[in-house]
Design a protein. Structure first.
Length: 126
């Protein structure tokens, strides 16, 4: 089995809630300064063929769930139409489901959810 592509690694990182990897090992905010980022990178590089197959199945599920969130925006303008009434919590429900699958991927890889998934995202400096 082929190793994970760079694009697959990018998707796994972001689904696990970690910021962009970057192109060069520089800067104090680079992933290389944090042990968990290094562990994630080690795992992504050293997965067995069977583990890569499972990771790719997670990616397929997650990409579908992620795409469904913006598509649900098409129903935001209708509160009730004939017999059909929209689920007012659809977007929230879809995001919750997506995040649950993201956490499952983290569990499979043996890494804690990253800052963007754990609610510990750093504040933006403006």
């Amino acid at each position: 089995m082929n190793p994970l592509s760079d694009a697959e690694k990018v998707d796994i990182r972001r689904f696990c809630g970690y910021p962009a990897y970057g192109a060069a090992p520089s800067g104090m905010e680079a992933w290389r300064f944090f042990q968990v980022y290094g562990m994630l990178e080690f795992r992504l590089t050293n997965l067995s063929a069977s583990e890569i197959a499972v990771a790719r199945r997670y990616l397929g599920t997650l990409l579908g769930l992620e795409l469904a969130v913006p598509e649900s925006a098409a129903n935001l303008d209708t509160d009730e139409a004939s017999m059909w009434t929209r689920n007012k919590a659809e977007v929230t429900d879809r995001i919750r489901l997506l995040d649950e699958w993201r956490r499952r991927l983290c569990g499979f890889l043996g890494v804690p959810p990253g800052p963007a998934l754990s609610g510990n995202a750093p504040a933006l400096i403006v």
